[in-house]
Unconditional design. Sequence first.
Length: 172
Amino acid sequence: MNQLQQLFGEPSARSKDKVRPYMVERVQDFIRQSPFMVMASSSDNGACDASPKGGMPGFVKVLDEKHLLIPDVAGNKLFQSYENIATNPHVGLVFFIPPLDGTARVNGRVTVLRKGDELFESLSLEVFAPDENAKLQQALLLEVVEAYHHCPRALRFSKLWSTKQAKDLEDV
């Protein structure tokens, strides 16, 4: 039991049991249907980044229960995540499917793939409304350390997919 569990209580058996060292079929299916995810990374000295990634549903490829192939589409060219990955290959992913309230979480270790790598060459650009700068630059091969379907409470608490909520915020 860690310090926070000592302070606030242990997770339920159901919560503990859903965390697996591989992606169960439900998590794989969720990722295959997801058009959006956020990837968190950290350098070896603790510099953090959370980077949004999007495309057509299934743009992240499920290779098997232990591996994902994540394309990198040209963007702002800051490469904070890739700088972090150069010194710390561990990343955390959260997948979303609007308007569903659940998410899928995957944590693992990545390897950078570039032109000439067989898996990179198997990818194609899968985005809606590509502009003249949209192209695949590189990719990540992720080996799963843990994966699970995450409960919908945070998204329900935020009403993230509420169109009324969005209209109320248009002036922000």
